[in-house]
Design a protein around this ligand. Sequence first.
Ligand SMILES: Cc1ncc(COP(=O)(O)O)c(C=O)c1O
Length: 351
Amino acid sequence: MRPYQVGRQLADVARAHGLDPGEIVKLTANEGPEGPFPGVVEAAATVLANSNRYPDNDCWDLGHELADQLGVEFSNLMFGAGSVALLDEFGTAMGGPGTNFVYGWPSFIMYRFVSLWGGAQSREVPLDDAFSLDLAAMRQAVDDDTTMVIVCNPNNPTGTIKPADEIEAFIDSVPPDVLVVVDEAYHEFVTDPTYRTEIPLALERPNVVVLRTFSKIYALAGLRVGYAVARADLLTELRKAQAPLTVNQVAQAAARATLGLPDELDRRRNLNEARRHHLVGALAEREIPMAQSHTNFIYFALGEEADDIIETMTAQGVLIRGMGGGWVRVTIGHEDDNRRFIEAIDLARRR
Ligand SMILES: Cc1ncc(COP(=O)(O)O)c(C=O)c1O
Protein backbone atom coordinates (compact mmCIF):
# COMPACT_ATOMS: atom_id res chain seq x y z
CA MET A 1 0.00 0.00 0.00
CA ARG A 2 1.27 3.47 -0.86
CA PRO A 3 0.53 6.43 1.41
CA TYR A 4 -1.72 9.25 0.19
CA GLN A 5 0.26 11.84 -1.78
CA VAL A 6 -0.73 15.34 -0.67
CA GLY A 7 1.35 16.92 -3.43
CA ARG A 8 4.74 18.54 -3.21
CA GLN A 9 5.32 21.26 -0.68
CA LEU A 10 5.71 24.73 -2.20
CA ALA A 11 9.09 25.22 -0.49
CA ASP A 12 10.29 21.99 -2.10
CA VAL A 13 9.22 23.02 -5.59
CA ALA A 14 10.71 26.47 -5.07
CA ARG A 15 14.07 25.03 -4.03
CA ALA A 16 14.14 22.50 -6.85
CA HIS A 17 13.48 25.12 -9.54
CA GLY A 18 15.14 28.18 -8.03
CA LEU A 19 11.80 29.98 -7.57
CA ASP A 20 10.49 32.25 -4.85
CA PRO A 21 7.66 30.32 -3.03
CA GLY A 22 5.55 33.49 -3.32
CA GLU A 23 5.53 33.30 -7.12
CA ILE A 24 4.28 29.70 -7.26
CA VAL A 25 0.69 29.23 -8.40
CA LYS A 26 -0.79 26.17 -6.68
CA LEU A 27 -3.74 24.83 -8.62
CA THR A 28 -3.63 21.26 -7.35
CA ALA A 29 -6.00 20.91 -4.39
CA ASN A 30 -9.30 22.65 -5.27
CA GLU A 31 -8.77 25.21 -2.52
CA GLY A 32 -10.36 28.66 -2.60
CA PRO A 33 -7.99 31.26 -4.09
CA GLU A 34 -9.23 33.97 -1.68
CA GLY A 35 -8.67 33.84 2.07
CA PRO A 36 -11.41 33.17 4.66
CA PHE A 37 -14.68 35.16 4.60
CA PRO A 38 -14.67 38.66 6.16
CA GLY A 39 -14.44 38.62 9.95
CA VAL A 40 -13.45 34.96 10.14
CA VAL A 41 -9.78 35.41 11.02
CA GLU A 42 -10.73 37.77 13.89
CA ALA A 43 -13.36 35.34 15.22
CA ALA A 44 -10.86 32.49 15.12
CA ALA A 45 -8.16 34.54 16.81
CA THR A 46 -10.33 35.32 19.83
CA VAL A 47 -10.60 31.65 20.85
CA LEU A 48 -6.86 30.95 20.59
CA ALA A 49 -6.44 32.18 24.15
CA ASN A 50 -8.57 29.23 25.36
CA SER A 51 -6.19 26.71 23.87
CA ASN A 52 -5.47 25.16 27.25
CA ARG A 53 -9.01 23.71 27.11
CA TYR A 54 -10.32 20.87 24.99
CA PRO A 55 -12.79 21.91 22.29
CA ASP A 56 -16.54 21.43 22.52
CA ASN A 57 -17.01 17.85 21.35
CA ASP A 58 -20.58 18.55 20.22
CA CYS A 59 -19.70 21.70 18.21
CA TRP A 60 -22.79 23.19 19.90
CA ASP A 61 -22.56 26.82 18.71
CA LEU A 62 -21.47 26.01 15.19
CA GLY A 63 -23.96 23.15 14.98
CA HIS A 64 -26.97 25.22 16.07
CA GLU A 65 -26.15 28.01 13.67
CA LEU A 66 -25.61 25.60 10.81
CA ALA A 67 -28.79 23.67 11.65
CA ASP A 68 -30.76 26.93 11.40
CA GLN A 69 -29.17 27.77 8.10
CA LEU A 70 -29.85 24.33 6.62
CA GLY A 71 -33.32 24.01 8.14
CA VAL A 72 -32.43 20.78 9.98
CA GLU A 73 -32.19 19.83 13.67
CA PHE A 74 -28.90 20.00 15.54
CA SER A 75 -29.21 16.21 16.01
CA ASN A 76 -29.06 15.79 12.22
CA LEU A 77 -25.46 17.04 12.15
CA MET A 78 -22.13 15.35 12.80
CA PHE A 79 -18.85 17.24 12.51
CA GLY A 80 -15.38 15.99 11.65
CA ALA A 81 -11.86 17.26 11.07
CA GLY A 82 -12.60 17.69 7.38
CA SER A 83 -15.10 15.56 5.53
CA VAL A 84 -12.27 13.12 4.87
CA ALA A 85 -12.19 12.31 8.59
CA LEU A 86 -15.92 11.60 8.53
CA LEU A 87 -15.52 9.36 5.48
CA ASP A 88 -12.79 7.47 7.27
CA GLU A 89 -15.04 6.99 10.28
CA PHE A 90 -17.91 5.78 8.08
CA GLY A 91 -15.48 3.34 6.46
CA THR A 92 -14.49 2.03 9.90
CA ALA A 93 -18.14 1.66 10.87
CA MET A 94 -19.22 -0.05 7.65
CA GLY A 95 -16.17 -2.07 6.57
CA GLY A 96 -14.61 -5.32 7.77
CA PRO A 97 -13.77 -8.72 6.30
CA GLY A 98 -16.01 -9.76 3.42
CA THR A 99 -17.48 -6.29 2.81
CA ASN A 100 -17.12 -4.05 -0.21
CA PHE A 101 -17.62 -0.34 -0.95
CA VAL A 102 -18.91 0.82 -4.34
CA TYR A 103 -18.04 4.19 -5.91
CA GLY A 104 -17.38 5.71 -9.33
CA TRP A 105 -13.92 5.98 -10.88
CA PRO A 106 -12.13 8.27 -11.35
CA SER A 107 -13.52 9.91 -8.27
CA PHE A 108 -12.08 11.31 -5.06
CA ILE A 109 -8.88 9.34 -4.44
CA MET A 110 -9.58 9.11 -0.70
CA TYR A 111 -12.43 6.64 -1.33
CA ARG A 112 -9.76 4.09 -2.17
CA PHE A 113 -7.94 4.74 1.11
CA VAL A 114 -11.14 4.74 3.14
CA SER A 115 -11.96 1.29 1.73
CA LEU A 116 -8.49 -0.02 2.54
CA TRP A 117 -8.48 1.41 6.05
CA GLY A 118 -11.98 0.08 6.66
CA GLY A 119 -10.96 -3.39 5.54
CA ALA A 120 -13.44 -3.39 2.65
CA GLN A 121 -12.85 -4.33 -0.96
CA SER A 122 -13.02 -1.38 -3.41
CA ARG A 123 -15.48 -1.66 -6.28
CA GLU A 124 -14.52 1.17 -8.62
CA VAL A 125 -17.11 1.64 -11.33
CA PRO A 126 -15.86 3.45 -14.46
CA LEU A 127 -17.54 6.77 -15.31
CA ASP A 128 -19.66 6.96 -18.46
CA ASP A 129 -18.56 8.59 -21.73
CA ALA A 130 -19.51 12.04 -20.40
CA PHE A 131 -17.19 11.55 -17.37
CA SER A 132 -20.25 11.29 -15.11
CA LEU A 133 -21.16 8.64 -12.57
CA ASP A 134 -22.61 5.58 -14.31
CA LEU A 135 -25.38 4.96 -11.80
CA ALA A 136 -26.76 1.88 -13.62
CA ALA A 137 -23.33 0.24 -13.54
CA MET A 138 -22.88 1.26 -9.90
CA ARG A 139 -26.21 -0.38 -9.07
CA GLN A 140 -25.02 -3.56 -10.77
CA ALA A 141 -21.81 -3.51 -8.73
CA VAL A 142 -23.81 -3.56 -5.46
CA ASP A 143 -24.14 -7.11 -4.12
CA ASP A 144 -24.95 -8.85 -0.83
CA ASP A 145 -21.54 -7.90 0.59
CA THR A 146 -21.82 -4.19 -0.21
CA THR A 147 -22.14 -2.11 2.94
CA MET A 148 -21.38 1.39 1.63
CA VAL A 149 -21.86 3.24 -1.65
CA ILE A 150 -20.28 6.65 -2.19
CA VAL A 151 -21.88 9.02 -4.68
CA CYS A 152 -19.66 12.01 -5.40
CA ASN A 153 -21.94 14.72 -6.78
CA PRO A 154 -20.42 16.89 -8.22
CA ASN A 155 -17.71 14.37 -8.98
CA ASN A 156 -14.08 15.12 -8.25
CA PRO A 157 -11.89 15.13 -10.43
CA THR A 158 -14.25 15.56 -13.39
CA GLY A 159 -16.52 18.33 -12.04
CA THR A 160 -19.56 16.67 -13.60
CA ILE A 161 -22.98 16.49 -11.94
CA LYS A 162 -25.87 14.07 -11.95
CA PRO A 163 -29.46 15.35 -11.89
CA ALA A 164 -31.19 14.94 -8.54
CA ASP A 165 -33.94 12.68 -9.88
CA GLU A 166 -31.36 10.19 -11.18
CA ILE A 167 -29.52 10.17 -7.86
CA GLU A 168 -32.78 9.64 -6.02
CA ALA A 169 -33.85 6.77 -8.30
CA PHE A 170 -30.44 5.21 -7.71
CA ILE A 171 -30.76 5.53 -3.93
CA ASP A 172 -34.24 3.95 -4.13
CA SER A 173 -32.77 0.99 -5.98
CA VAL A 174 -30.07 0.29 -3.37
CA PRO A 175 -30.98 -2.10 -0.50
CA PRO A 176 -31.91 -0.09 2.63
CA ASP A 177 -29.19 -1.72 4.75
CA VAL A 178 -26.46 -0.26 2.53
CA LEU A 179 -25.16 3.13 3.66
CA VAL A 180 -25.30 5.65 0.80
CA VAL A 181 -22.93 8.58 1.28
CA VAL A 182 -23.62 11.51 -1.04
CA ASP A 183 -20.45 13.58 -1.04
CA GLU A 184 -21.43 17.18 -1.81
CA ALA A 185 -18.04 18.81 -1.16
CA TYR A 186 -18.54 21.11 -4.19
CA HIS A 187 -22.27 21.67 -3.77
CA GLU A 188 -22.05 25.44 -3.27
CA PHE A 189 -20.43 26.02 -6.67
CA VAL A 190 -23.22 24.47 -8.72
CA THR A 191 -25.76 26.67 -10.48
CA ASP A 192 -27.31 24.11 -12.87
CA PRO A 193 -31.07 23.78 -12.19
CA THR A 194 -31.12 19.96 -12.60
CA TYR A 195 -28.81 19.63 -9.61
CA ARG A 196 -30.12 19.55 -6.06
CA THR A 197 -28.79 18.62 -2.65
CA GLU A 198 -29.83 15.27 -1.19
CA ILE A 199 -30.18 16.69 2.34
CA PRO A 200 -34.02 16.40 2.27
CA LEU A 201 -33.71 12.73 1.27
CA ALA A 202 -31.09 12.10 3.96
CA LEU A 203 -33.49 13.42 6.60
CA GLU A 204 -36.11 10.87 5.49
CA ARG A 205 -34.11 7.73 4.80
CA PRO A 206 -32.43 5.55 7.44
CA ASN A 207 -29.42 4.83 5.20
CA VAL A 208 -28.51 8.13 3.50
CA VAL A 209 -25.91 10.63 4.67
CA VAL A 210 -24.83 13.84 2.92
CA LEU A 211 -21.27 15.09 3.38
CA ARG A 212 -20.29 18.75 3.13
CA THR A 213 -17.11 20.69 3.86
CA PHE A 214 -15.89 24.15 4.84
CA SER A 215 -12.70 23.52 2.82
CA LYS A 216 -13.87 24.56 -0.63
CA ILE A 217 -16.06 27.62 -1.27
CA TYR A 218 -15.82 28.58 2.43
CA ALA A 219 -12.03 28.73 2.12
CA LEU A 220 -11.13 27.04 5.40
CA ALA A 221 -9.20 24.03 4.07
CA GLY A 222 -6.35 24.68 6.51
CA LEU A 223 -8.61 24.47 9.56
CA ARG A 224 -10.22 21.09 8.74
CA VAL A 225 -13.98 21.19 9.29
CA GLY A 226 -16.56 19.08 7.50
CA TYR A 227 -20.00 17.81 8.43
CA ALA A 228 -22.50 15.09 7.74
CA VAL A 229 -26.28 15.50 7.56
CA ALA A 230 -28.47 12.48 8.26
CA ARG A 231 -31.20 11.14 10.52
CA ALA A 232 -30.24 11.31 14.17
CA ASP A 233 -30.57 7.52 14.63
CA LEU A 234 -28.12 6.86 11.78
CA LEU A 235 -25.63 9.40 13.15
CA THR A 236 -25.83 7.78 16.60
CA GLU A 237 -24.58 4.56 15.01
CA LEU A 238 -21.90 6.20 12.88
CA ARG A 239 -20.56 8.19 15.85
CA LYS A 240 -19.52 4.92 17.48
CA ALA A 241 -16.54 4.87 15.09
CA GLN A 242 -15.53 8.49 15.75
CA ALA A 243 -12.59 9.61 17.85
CA PRO A 244 -13.60 12.39 20.25
CA LEU A 245 -12.56 16.07 20.14
CA THR A 246 -11.23 16.13 16.58
CA VAL A 247 -12.69 19.49 15.52
CA ASN A 248 -10.59 22.08 17.31
CA GLN A 249 -12.09 25.25 18.72
CA VAL A 250 -10.37 27.62 16.30
CA ALA A 251 -11.90 25.67 13.44
CA GLN A 252 -15.33 25.71 15.11
CA ALA A 253 -15.20 29.48 15.64
CA ALA A 254 -14.01 30.12 12.09
CA ALA A 255 -16.65 27.90 10.52
CA ARG A 256 -19.34 29.56 12.59
CA ALA A 257 -18.22 33.04 11.54
CA THR A 258 -18.32 31.92 7.91
CA LEU A 259 -22.04 31.21 8.15
CA GLY A 260 -24.56 33.98 7.77
CA LEU A 261 -22.69 35.78 4.97
CA PRO A 262 -24.83 34.81 1.96
CA ASP A 263 -23.66 37.79 -0.11
CA GLU A 264 -20.06 36.72 0.23
CA LEU A 265 -21.00 33.16 -0.70
CA ASP A 266 -22.80 34.40 -3.83
CA ARG A 267 -19.89 36.64 -4.71
CA ARG A 268 -17.47 33.74 -4.59
CA ARG A 269 -19.77 31.44 -6.52
CA ASN A 270 -20.22 34.07 -9.25
CA LEU A 271 -16.52 34.84 -9.40
CA ASN A 272 -15.72 31.16 -9.73
CA GLU A 273 -18.27 30.75 -12.49
CA ALA A 274 -16.89 33.67 -14.48
CA ARG A 275 -13.32 32.45 -14.08
CA ARG A 276 -14.28 28.91 -15.02
CA HIS A 277 -16.06 30.20 -18.10
CA HIS A 278 -12.91 32.03 -19.10
CA LEU A 279 -10.64 29.00 -18.57
CA VAL A 280 -13.02 26.61 -20.32
CA GLY A 281 -13.02 29.03 -23.27
CA ALA A 282 -9.22 29.16 -23.29
CA LEU A 283 -8.92 25.35 -23.25
CA ALA A 284 -11.61 25.00 -25.93
CA GLU A 285 -9.77 27.51 -28.14
CA ARG A 286 -6.76 25.22 -27.92
CA GLU A 287 -8.96 22.21 -28.78
CA ILE A 288 -8.07 20.52 -25.52
CA PRO A 289 -10.69 17.86 -24.61
CA MET A 290 -12.33 18.36 -21.20
CA ALA A 291 -15.21 17.26 -19.01
CA GLN A 292 -18.09 19.67 -18.34
CA SER A 293 -17.25 21.22 -15.00
CA HIS A 294 -19.78 22.65 -12.54
CA THR A 295 -17.15 23.21 -9.86
CA ASN A 296 -13.95 25.09 -9.05
CA PHE A 297 -11.75 22.76 -11.11
CA ILE A 298 -11.52 21.43 -14.67
CA TYR A 299 -10.53 17.95 -15.83
CA PHE A 300 -8.86 17.95 -19.22
CA ALA A 301 -6.70 15.79 -21.47
CA LEU A 302 -3.08 16.42 -22.38
CA GLY A 303 -2.50 12.91 -23.76
CA GLU A 304 0.80 11.09 -23.72
CA GLU A 305 2.76 14.26 -22.99
CA ALA A 306 0.82 15.06 -19.84
CA ASP A 307 3.63 14.20 -17.42
CA ASP A 308 6.22 16.18 -19.38
CA ILE A 309 3.89 19.16 -19.66
CA ILE A 310 3.16 19.08 -15.92
CA GLU A 311 6.89 18.95 -15.19
CA THR A 312 7.64 21.89 -17.50
CA MET A 313 4.81 23.90 -15.95
CA THR A 314 6.10 23.07 -12.48
CA ALA A 315 9.50 24.45 -13.43
CA GLN A 316 7.70 27.70 -14.29
CA GLY A 317 5.99 27.68 -10.90
CA VAL A 318 2.52 26.61 -12.06
CA LEU A 319 1.31 23.44 -10.34
CA ILE A 320 -1.55 21.33 -11.67
CA ARG A 321 -2.44 17.75 -10.86
CA GLY A 322 -1.86 14.71 -13.05
CA MET A 323 -4.71 12.23 -12.76
CA GLY A 324 -3.29 9.37 -14.88
CA GLY A 325 -4.04 8.24 -18.41
CA GLY A 326 -3.04 11.61 -19.89
CA TRP A 327 -5.70 13.51 -17.89
CA VAL A 328 -5.02 16.39 -15.54
CA ARG A 329 -6.99 18.60 -13.21
CA VAL A 330 -6.57 22.32 -12.68
CA THR A 331 -8.16 24.27 -9.85
CA ILE A 332 -9.64 27.61 -10.84
CA GLY A 333 -7.61 30.40 -9.27
CA HIS A 334 -7.50 34.20 -9.31
CA GLU A 335 -7.42 35.95 -12.68
CA ASP A 336 -3.64 36.25 -12.34
CA ASP A 337 -3.24 32.55 -11.47
CA ASN A 338 -5.38 31.60 -14.44
CA ARG A 339 -3.38 33.82 -16.78
CA ARG A 340 -0.14 32.22 -15.54
CA PHE A 341 -1.71 28.79 -16.05
CA ILE A 342 -2.61 29.51 -19.67
CA GLU A 343 0.80 31.02 -20.41
CA ALA A 344 2.55 28.05 -18.81
CA ILE A 345 0.50 25.46 -20.63
CA ASP A 346 1.08 27.20 -23.97
CA LEU A 347 4.79 27.31 -23.38
CA ALA A 348 4.96 23.69 -22.20
CA ARG A 349 2.91 22.36 -25.14
CA ARG A 350 5.07 24.18 -27.67
CA ARG A 351 8.27 22.58 -26.40
C1 LIG B 1 -15.13 15.03 -3.27
C2 LIG B 1 -14.40 15.47 -2.06
N1 LIG B 1 -14.86 15.12 -0.86
C3 LIG B 1 -14.23 15.50 0.25
C4 LIG B 1 -13.09 16.26 0.20
C5 LIG B 1 -12.37 16.55 1.46
O1 LIG B 1 -12.55 17.72 1.99
P1 LIG B 1 -12.11 18.05 3.49
O2 LIG B 1 -11.10 19.11 3.35
O3 LIG B 1 -13.39 18.49 4.14
O4 LIG B 1 -11.57 16.82 4.14
C6 LIG B 1 -12.56 16.66 -1.01
C7 LIG B 1 -11.31 17.45 -1.06
O5 LIG B 1 -10.65 17.58 -2.03
C8 LIG B 1 -13.23 16.24 -2.18
O6 LIG B 1 -12.75 16.55 -3.39
